[in-house]
Design a protein around this ligand. Structure first.
Ligand SMILES: N[C@@H](Cc1c[nH]c[nH+]1)C(=O)O
Length: 362
């Protein structure tokens, strides 16, 4: 990026941030160098693999800020003031090994709302604030709801370890599919594993212990696999319902009736569907045309792992351009960073560089 472009992008970032501040958000800043360690775990595989790690002689492993949400949540959890709205503008850093034309450092302008009084309204507030910040740019909005998928997994009639494994892999769609095929008896047990689990003494021909795992760890793993092999497969009906859920792609008003149908056979998603309904009402009240708003059952499954409810993004027509704005709800993240004290929270960011590019201004 040329120095002139960066100056224009920073000016646009200020303008967007002023817009969020006018909605009652407090302007905040965070350090660029953040402690790595446990914090990095909160982002999930994608961002972990793309973050710039470095080390400090006193503070240990550090990372160049991959986003603002985690440090802002930490800041908020330390102050506990409620309800709270924050806005920020600054650079984040992510390696781009796939596509060299994508920026590895770029400016984000964000808006975060910590307010549990009416989560549906807060979701709509954030979505509308981002939409208004984007003005009349020709963008397509996509939405989803990770909370519905989580509820579906939690409600499966199968063992807890299976549900835990699936829940951990919601953000890795391929791995999730493999697990589902295995737990549903759709893929055969590999012969080597069948032989291992069937053996009276799996260690008989194992030779000396040379791996990183102790014998006890290996025994525990084999016991888990044996219990799993004895667990009946997830039913075809439940698998079909999950497939339908993940394949949904409709406008939001239609999706609601589809989800209500699915909830008849999968009552566990009922509360999440009720929340979706409340959100759509709140969006409608803020002038969002929900009959034109896309909903995708699998939307958000390849992004940040801290999202656990509403997720959204705004996209330009050019499929090669990254999303111009993204965001979502992250209630559980506040609990993890706040010693169990959760505060329902939702937020989103806009990329001012892409806004200017679309306007033809840079
Ligand atoms: N921090 C997210 C965006 C976001 C802000 N608030 C919620 N989500 C990102 O960098 O993609």
């Amino acid at each position: 990026m040329t120095p002139e472009t960066l100056i224009a992008v920073l000016a646009e970032a200020d303008r967007l941030r002023d817009g969020f501040a006018a909605r009652g958000a407090l302007v905040v800043q965070t350090d660029v160098l953040q402690p790595a360690g446990t914090l990095l775990d909160l982002y999930g595989e994608d961002i972990r693999g793309r973050s710039y790690l470095t080390s400090d002689p006193v503070q240990g492993e550090m990372v160049l800020r991959p986003d603002f949400t985690v440090p802002v949540v930490q800041m908020h959890m330390a102050s506990h003031a409620l309800p709270a709205r924050y806005t920020y503008a600054g650079k984040v850093f992510r390696k781009q090994d796939q596509d060299p034309s994508r920026a590895n450092e770029f400016v984000q302008v964000g808006f975060e709302v910590f307010d549990g009084s009416n989560p549906a309204k807060a979701d709509a507030e954030v979505f509308a604030a981002i939409r208004d910040g984007l003005g009349d740019l020709p963008l397509r909005a996509a939405t989803g709801d990770i909370g519905i998928l989580m509820a579906a997994v939690a409600g499966l009639r199968t063992s807890q370890p299976r549900k835990d494994a699936l829940a951990r892999h919601i953000w890795r769609p391929r791995r999730f599919r493999t697990l589902l095929d295995r737990f549903g008896g759709r893929s055969p047990v590999p012969p080597s594993r069948a032989a291992l689990l069937g053996a009276d003494d799996p260690f008989a021909a194992a030779g000396p212990e040379i791996g990183l795992r102790s014998r006890r760890e290996v025994e525990a793993r084999i016991a888990t696999l044996r219990t799993d092999a004895a667990t009946p497969p997830i039913s075809r009906e439940e698998l079909a319902l999950l497939d339908t859920l993940m394949g949904l792609r409709e406008t939001s008003d239609h999706v609601l009736s589809r989800l209500r149908d699915i909830a008849v056979d999968m009552p566990a998603i009922g509360p999440a569907v009720t929340r979706l309904r409340a959100r759509l009402d709140a969006l409608d009240a803020l002038g969002v045309d929900v009959s034109a708003l896309e909903f995708e059952g699998s939307y958000g499954r390849t992004t940040l792992e801290y999202y656990d409810g509403f997720v959204f993004g705004f996209y330009a027509a050019d499929p090669l351009m990254p999303p111009v704005a993204t965001g979502g709800r992250y209630d559980a993240l506040t609990a993890r960073l706040g010693d169990g004290a959760a505060v329902p929270a939702v937020g989103g960011v806009i990329r001012p560089d892409l806004v200017l590019a679309l306007r033809g201004a840079v």
